[in-house]
Design a binder for this molecule. Structure first.
Ligand code: DER
Length: 233
């Protein structure tokens, strides 16, 4: 499909351009990253590259192992050369919503340890203001016992609606790789400067992390349906 082709185009571009021998690279989560790991495995085999991959989720770890790539961790590699990851929406100021796959906590930690965060996405993620295109809300990871007061505080302070993310293949709420719940904050007011709101939300006791990756990416590759790539820096 054009969408899958767009994901693959962006993924291959990032791997071809941002991975060098002896690199330590963060591997993101989601569906677009699958194409990136496939291309990485090709390059490692063809060019006999030495790379260590640091996962941002159980899914990423499975991908790394499945493709026979070297698995590392922050214990042995606390500084990464690059982190490559997907996104749910990117605004005109390079503010990004991530967490559609409920992996935002480790994604943000790994991204923060990398010398550069490279985002790969299909054209549907290219937006002007957060919330224009992506309607599933800003994910917020919370400690399970706190989700009701946290939900109420966000709703009362910032407006919109806040929903506990329920699982599909499991009864009850989604449980993240770190044993937490995800709240999705929908119908929020679309802002230009998200820094203040993000900090205020993160200060609420019980909030672990938000899916707002503000000015963290150094470049975004948007794969297009016609096989070309749009870049945003
Ligand atoms: O959950 C996440 O943060 C993922 O990276 C998500 O933002 C991108 O998922 P996709 O590549 O399947 O669209």
């Amino acid at each position: 499909s054009p969408l899958e082709a767009a994901k693959q185009t962006a993924a291959h571009k990032a791997i071809n351009k941002h991975v060098e021998n002896n690199f330590v690279l963060g591997i993101g989560s989601g569906s677009t990253i699958v194409y990136a790991v496939e291309r990485l495995a090709e390059r490692v085999a063809k060019e006999n590259l030495e790379v260590v991959c640091i996962p941002t989720s159980f899914q990423a770890k499975q991908l790394i192992v499945k493709h026979g790539l070297k698995l590392g961790s922050l214990d042995t590699h606390p500084i990464l050369d690059v982190c490559i990851d997907g996104a749910d929406e990117v605004d005109a100021n390079l503010n990004i919503i991530k967490g559609g796959g409920a992996c935002l906590l480790e994604e943000k930690i790994i991204a923060s340890c990398a010398n550069g965060l490279v985002i790969i996405a299909d054209y549907t993620k290219n937006s002007t203001k957060l919330g224009d295109q992506y309607k599933k809300g800003i994910p917020i990871e919370v400690v399970p016992m706190s989700y009701v007061p946290v939900r109420n505080k966000i709703r009362n302070t910032f407006g919109g609606e806040v929903n506990l993310r329920m699982a599909v293949a499991k009864a009850g709420p989604v449980i993240t790789d770190n044993g937490n719940f995800i709240l999705d904050w929908v119908n929020f007011k679309q802002l230009d400067d998200w820094k203040e709101v993000n900090t205020a939300i993160r200060m609420i006791p019980g909030v672990v992390e938000t899916g707002l990756f503000l000015q963290m990416a150094k470049i975004v590759y948007f794969g297009q349906a016609d096989g070309t790539i749009k870049e945003q820096t």
